[in-house]
Every structure is written in structure tokens, then in C-alpha cells.
Design a protein around this ligand. Structure first.
Ligand code: FAD
Length: 474
């Protein structure tokens, strides 16, 4: 039995790495961190980093194909998909070498244990590692074990080697044709990127539209863009059966069979909670995650859970990291570390689709129809978009009782633009208050100032008489 630690962190992904940095690096606490696989977790190895690396290559291919419209003839662009996958692996390795590694965590002052952790008591964790089991005593436990791809129990699954985000990025290169099941963020991003890299893509979705958490109008516009990219969309098509057809896979849906070289499931996530032993402490932990309160505490007050492993929390790197820091704050400092309730996000398609706060329908449900207004600015009258020939997009801001409660952007760099509107939601600003800072011209963010100007100019129109009166009053 080792000396007691202040904190044991289970899982060194986005949340665990931040928790180690705050608890060991900043607060100088005695911290043990346990990782059973690769430091960096889903985001570095199977999620954000590989997907966005591939998306960067797909964007380059698309720019090359579009360059002639800007007077640059680069000839027909061809993607070397093996090189794209090789570059993606290099990017991951660079980040792992720079900061997401056990040595960097030790340099913060934490002790790193390699192995699988299980919680054996409110203040004890056992690590089953290559050299046997170690028991660790501690004051607090932070469960941040993440999630993995959830594959529905479809008949015939055992006969095909179905891919997920965990296996797609371990290949030397992607298949030449793929059917992706699930048109959520992972499915949609992967479908567009692969199509732009010359892969034949079928995207199959049981719901009648893609990206069901997004503002429907923006999701529908993105649907048209995906189709123009060559993605074959099968909406309202639930997969019922899989079968091997020679070297191909037959994917049966209610609406007919789709054949492709490979099938990938992007059908949601399952929390990594099995084997943690939380049930023995009376803590509820299901496929949806560990039950926690607003401070990320389980019913055992010194056992916390954050990130993808916590039930009801957004599945993003930024929210996992923020909530990890807030949980450490809640454990060791006076006051409360309540988990982030307003989390912006972005689907990294081209154009990007970013989201913060309520959709118009959600706002109407909460505040009533009459209180809600939607303010829109099309990119077709935004100069930067005209200059770059990227006018297919819109900024949509939802207000309720005159305060901004949501914003949805379909635009190049929407993931960057959303933060100004996230602050506006966070501080319940009015549209008029956004006008207090001029926006740099010509940026895509001028779409926000144009939206604000339309609103404000309509208001000052009412002051026409007063303005004319000034001819006589001075
Ligand atoms: C394809 C894809 C693209 C994505 N893109 C984005 C994006 O662009 N932006 C974004 O914000 N989010 C993105 N995400 C989501 C993001 O990757 C996750 O939300 C984030 O990684 C969650 O962090 P976490 O710390 O909760 O879990 P993880 O980062 O997965 O870390 C969990 C760690 O715990 C370890 N572990 C599990 N059980 C045990 C145990 N018993 N003992 C020891 N160790 C254990 C695991 O090995 C793992 O290293 C993407 C996800 C996917 C699948």
C-alpha cells in the first residue's frame, strides 16, 4: 500500500490531463494518475486530432479543385490517401511527444500508474498493471475514463469487419468506398472529408435529417452541400441487417440494400464504466455514464466523474477539460466548482456548423412563441465571403425577451466566430450591446455586425423626425 494521495485520476485523456495539470502542476497536490492505454485518450488518438488532420487534407483537395475559380490553374487535384493517413499519424505523434505523454504528467509532479484502475472503496483504487496490482489510498477520486463507439446490435454484425472511429484511423489508408451509418457530427464530418479525398461515400441515417441537435434550417443547408460533395445520403433509413457479399458489405435498410467496400458505425457513444466497481459503492453507472450532480460529484461525495464518462455531459474535449478543472477546484478550494452549463460546439464540416445555447424551437418552448425572435444574416451579402467565393452560409441569432439565448453559424471558421456569441448568451446581452464593438472588416465576423446593424438601423429609423428637427435646434 502506497502513501495516501490527495487525488487519484482515472484516465489520462482530455479531462485527466487537465485535472493533473491543475491539481499537481498548479496546486502542488499529491496526485496519482492511472492510464490503461495511451495518454491523450480519444481526442488525440481516435477523435479530434486524427479527424481534423484528415479534414485539413480534404480542405486542401477541395481548395485545389476550386482554385480555377480564383484564377489559379493547378490541374486536376488527386489525393494520395495513404499520404493523408500517414500525415495524420505524424500529427498525433507530434502532439504525443510534445505534451500528451506520461513524462510530461510526471514533470507536473504527479505519479503515473500504467494499468487498469478500479475503485475498491471511497478512498481506495487498485491498479491492475503489467507488474501486478497496486492499491492506492487517496482523499478524492476523479473518474474520467471517457467513452467508446456504441454499435447497435444489428443482425449480421459478426460477419463483417465494421469500422468505427477507433479503427478507421489505425488503417494505412481508408477504403475506396465506405458506407457510414449515423449522420451525427462524427458521421457527417467523416463523410464529407472522405468524399473530398475521392472515396465513394454512402451516409445512412435513420432520422429524416442529419445532425438532429442542430437548427434544422442550417442542417438542411449542409445536407445540400454534402450532396454537392458527392456524398450519397440515405435519410430515414434504419439499418436492419448486414451481410458479406463477396469482398463487399451489403447494408440492408428499410428503404433497400446499399453495397459498399466497408461499413463504419458512427452511431453514438458508450461510457467506459465497466469494471470500475462503482456499483459496489452504490454509484449508478450505465452506458450513458456515471450519475453526477452539478458539481460533478457522485453520491459518494469524494468520488467525482467528468468528461464523456459522466452522464448528461456534453461529449467534447473543451467541456471535459473545463469540468475537470472545476471538479478539482470543487474538491480542494473553498466555494463551488459547478460544471459548465453553457458549452458551444462545432461540427467541422466545410462550411463549419457552430452552435451555442438554444435553437429557435427550444427557445419557443421555454419562453413562448411571442417572446422569441430569430435574426439572420446570409453570407451572400458579406464581403469576405464574396471575396473568397464562399457565400453559402448564414448566421442565425435567437433572442428571447430581447436577450440573446442562442446562436447558430454555418460559415467558414464558424468554430472561431461562435465565441463572441457564446459570451453574448452567457451574459444575456441584447443584440444592441453587440454593436458596441465594431467588427474588423473584411472578416466573416462582419456577418455578426451586419446582423446587428440591420437590427439597430431599424430601431433608429423611428428617430428620423428627431434627426430632421436638429436642422432647427442647432
Ligand atoms: C471522431 C471524433 C471526433 C471528435 N472531434 C472532436 C472535436 O473536434 N472537438 C471536441 O471538442 N471533441 C471531439 N470529440 C470528442 C472528444 O474526443 C471527447 O469528448 C473527449 O476525448 C473526452 O475526453 P475524456 O477525458 O472524457 O475521455 P478520453 O479522452 O477518451 O480519455 C479517457 C481515458 O481513460 C482511459 N481509461 C478508461 N478506463 C480506464 C481504467 N479503468 N483505468 C485506466 N484508464 C482508463 C482511456 O484509455 C482513455 O485514455 C470527437 C470524438 C470523436 C469520436
Amino acid at each position: 500500500v502506497s502513501a495516501p494521495y490527495d487525488l487519484v485520476i482515472i484516465g489520462l485523456g482530455s479531462a485527466g490531463l487537465t485535472a493533473a495539470r491543475v491539481a499537481a502542476g498548479e496546486l502542488g497536490l499529491r496526485v496519482a494518475a492511472v492510464e490503461r492505454d495511451r495518454v491523450g485518450g480519444d481526442c488525440l488518438w481516435t477523435g479530434c486530432v486524427p479527424s481534423k488532420s484528415v479534414i485539413a487534407s480534404a480542405a486542401a483537395a477541395h481548395s485545389a479543385a476550386e482554385a480555377a475559380h480564383l484564377g489559379i490553374d493547378v490541374g486536376p487535384a488527386s489525393a494520395d490517401r495513404r499520404a493523408v493517413w500517414g500525415r495524420m499519424a505524424t500529427v498525433r505523434a507530434e502532439i504525443a511527444a510534445a505534451e500528451d505523454n506520461a513524462e510530461a504528467v510526471r514533470a507536473l509532479g504527479a505519479e503515473v500508474f500504467v494499468g487498469t484502475a478500479r475503485v475498491t472503496g471511497a478512498r481506495s483504487v487498485v491498479v491492475d498493471g503489467p507488474e501486478g496490482s497496486t492499491e492506492i489510498d487517496c482523499r478524492f477520486i476523479l473518474v474520467c475514463t471517457g467513452s467508446r463507439a456504441a454499435i447497435p446490435a444489428v443482425a449480421g454484425l459478426a460477419d463483417v469487419d465494421a469500422l468505427t472511429n477507433e479503427t478507421l484511423f489505425t488503417l494505412d489508408s481508408p477504403p475506396g468506398a465506405i458506407a457510414i451509418v449515423g449522420a451525427g457530427p462524427v458521421g457527417v464530418e467523416t463523410a464529407q472529408a472522405l468524399a473530398r479525398l475521392g472515396v465513394e461515400v454512402d451516409l445512412i441515417e435513420a432520422a429524416p435529417r442529419i445532425l438532429t441537435s442542430e437548427e434544422p434550417e442550417l442542417a438542411d443547408r449542409l445536407t445540400r452541400i454534402l450532396t454537392a460533395d458527392g456524398v450519397r445520403l440515405h435519410l430515414g433509413s434504419a439499418v436492419t441487417n448486414l451481410r458479406r457479399v463477396g469482398d463487399d458489405v451489403g447494408i440492408e435498410t428499410g428503404a433497400g440494400e446499399i453495397a459498399s467496400s466497408a461499413v463504419m458505425f458512427a452511431t453514438g457513444r458508450t461510457a467506459n464504466v465497466e469494471g470500475l466497481g462503482l456499483d459496489r459503492l452504490g454509484i449508478v453507472a450505465t452506458a450513458a455514464g456515471v450519475s453526477v450532480d452539478a458539481r460533478s460529484r457522485t453520491i459518494v461525495p469524494n468520488v467525482y466523474a467528468v468528461g464523456d464518462a459522466a452522464a448528461g455531459r456534453a461529449h467534447h474535449t473543451h467541456s471535459a477539460a473545463t469540468d475537470a478543472a472545476l471538479a478539482v477546484r470543487d474538491m480542494f478550494l473553498p466555494g463551488r466548482g459547478t460544471a459548465a452549463t453553457l458549452v458551444p460546439w462545432c461540427v467541422f464540416t466545410d462550411p463549419e456548423l457552430a452552435h451555442v445555447g438554444l435553437t429557435a424551437a427550444e427557445a419557443r418552448e421555454r419562453f413562448g412563441d411571442r417572446q422569441v425572435k430569430v435574426h439572420r444574416q446570409e453570407l451572400e451579402s458579406v464581403d469576405r465571403a464574396r471575396i473568397e467565393r464562399r457565400t453559402d452560409g448564414v448566421v442565425s441569432v435567437v433572442t428571447a425577451r430581447g436577450r440573446i439565448v442562442g446562436a447558430h453559424i454555418l460559415a467558414p471558421h464558424a468554430g472561431e466566430m461562435i465565441h463572441e456569441l457564446a459570451l453574448a448568451v452567457r451574459f444575456s446581452m441584447s443584440i444592441g450591446e453587440l454593436a458596441q464593438v465594431p467588427h474588423v472588416y473584411p472578416t466573416y465576423a462582419t456577418a455578426v455586425s451586419q446582423l446587428v446593424a440591420t437590427h439597430e438601423f431599424r430601431r433608429i429609423r423611428r428617430l428620423r423626425g428627431l434627426a430632421r428637427l436638429s436642422r432647427w435646434t442647432g
